[in-house]
Design a protein around this ligand. Structure first.
Ligand SMILES: [Zn+2]
Length: 205
């Protein structure tokens, strides 16, 4: 099976091509292009979040931990009655460290207990779920950027699934569901919801 480096290279190449095409055909600006590139490149790693030993999961855990720590720092260093904010610097630092390890551990534990390698994370729902999430994230940037990140996120994840399929000589990574039909249904409903949210914002802008 293709390893981490192969997936990163494939997703990077696909994303670079996608950004070039988007800039020429749809006049994506710098923000749209760079966000779309990140969406595409990271998309190439997303399916292997279901693999206990793979790098993508450790990387994602670090990002989630850092993101949560940043939010906690923003909150406890701001002014407010609740929790008697702002906190002194050394308490803020401790809160940041604590929340990093806490959310990192929760995220990794959730993935570990809820996923199976080459299960639903390697299914046709994943590209669209990931694309929808990026669309929601980029909502404030406007319609063109939403389309750009959605498109590249979808392509990035597909680059992973197609590479897995090609190397394994099986269409297994392109499955619509797994034997666990309840989980498959939940994943598709979530995917539809997230995409609805991403695109309703597009039309509201
Ligand atoms: Zn894979």
């Amino acid at each position: 099976m293709p390893n981490f480096d192969t997936h990163v290279a494939a997703a990077g190449l696909t994303s670079a091509l996608g950004v070039a095409v988007g800039a020429i055909l749809f006049e994506w600006d710098k923000t749209a292009s760079s966000l779309a590139f990140v969406a595409g490149l990271s998309g190439g790693m997303v399916p292997d979040l279901d693999c206990d030993t793979a790098k993508p999961r450790r990387l994602a855990g670090i990002f989630v931990g850092l993101g949560c720590a940043a939010m906690v720092v923003g909150y406890v260093s701001g002014h407010g009655q609740f929790l008697r904010r702002p906190w002194p610097a050394e308490h803020v630092a401790l809160a940041a460290l604590g929340s990093f390890f806490l959310f990192n551990a929760i995220f990794l534990e959730l993935l570990k207990s809820r996923t199976k390698h080459r299960g639903l994370f390697h299914s046709l729902a994943t590209p669209f779920l990931y694309g929808g999430l990026w669309g929601c994230l980029a909502a404030s940037q406007g319609g063109r950027t939403i389309m750009a990140v959605w498109f590249l996120a979808v392509i990035g994840v597909f680059s992973h699934l197609i590479l897995d399929a090609a190397k394994g000589f099986s269409f297994d990574p392109l499955k619509i569901a797994t034997a666990d039909l309840a989980a498959s249904t939940r994943l598709w409903i979530l995917t539809a919801l997230v995409n609805f949210l991403a695109f309703i914002r597009l039309f509201a802008l």
